[in-house]
Design a protein around this ligand. Structure first.
Ligand code: NI
Length: 169
C-alpha cells in the first residue's frame, strides 16, 4: 500500500472515460491498495483510479470519518442501477480540487452493482453520505467532475480560481 500523488484539476486524465476491468488480477489489487494508501493519507471520503492517473473503472469509498463502523469499500466496474427522484444537497469536496467545497444537488439514494476484490458481484443500496460518495466517485470514471454539477452562476464565480488550478497543475 503506497500513497501516490493525487492528480489535480487541469490534468487531462480527469476528463477521460475509464476502461472496464477485465479481470481482478494482481494489477487491480495493487491499484486498489494504492488508492487506499492515497485516500488515507489525504483523509478523503473517496478516490477514483483516474485521480492517481489510472484510467480504469475502479473507485473506493471510505466514510469511516462519518460512521465508525464503515469499512473501506472497493467498487470495480460499478454500474448505477437506480437513483431516487428525491435529491439532496450536500457540501462536496474533491481531492483533485484542493480547498474547494460547494453544495451540490444529487439523488438522495442510489443502488449500485459492482465487482469486489475477490471478483464477486455485489449490490448495495446507499443513502446519505455513502450515496453521495458513490455518485461523486462514479462520475470520475466517466470524466465528469463535481464542478460540472454546480450552477452556471457558481461556476462563473469560480472561473478565476479554476483557471489558476489548471495553470498550476
Ligand atoms: Ni472527486
Amino acid at each position: 500500500m503506497a500513497a501516490r500523488s493525487t492528480v489535480i484539476y487541469g490534468d487531462p486524465v480527469l476528463r477521460e472515460t475509464c476502461d472496464p476491468v477485465e479481470e481482478v488480477n494482481r494489477e487491480i489489487k495493487d491499484l486498489v491498495s494504492d488508492l487506499i494508501g492515497t485516500l488515507i493519507e489525504a483523509k478523503g471520503l473517496g478516490l477514483a483510479a483516474p485521480q492517481i492517473g489510472v484510467t480504469k473503472r475502479v473507485f473506493i469509498v471510505d466514510i469511516s470519518a462519518a460512521d465508525i463502523n464503515a469499512k473501506i469499500t472497493a467498487f470495480i466496474n460499478p454500474e448505477i442501477i437506480e437513483t431516487s427522484k428525491e435529491e439532496a444537497e450536500f457540501e462536496e469536496g474533491c481531492l483533485s480540487f484542493p480547498g474547494l467545497y460547494r453544495n451540490i444537488y444529487r439523488p438522495a439514494k442510489v443502488k449500485v452493482r459492482a465487482t469486489d476484490l475477490e471478483g464477486n458481484q455485489f449490490e448495495l443500496d446507499a443513502d446519505g453520505i455513502m450515496a453521495r460518495a458513490i455518485l461523486h466517485e462514479y462520475d470520475h470514471l466517466d470524466g465528469k467532475l463535481f464542478i460540472d454539477r454546480m450552477s452556471p452562476l457558481t461556476r462563473t464565480m469560480l472561473a478565476g480560481r479554476l483557471k489558476k488550478m489548471r495553470e498550476v497543475s
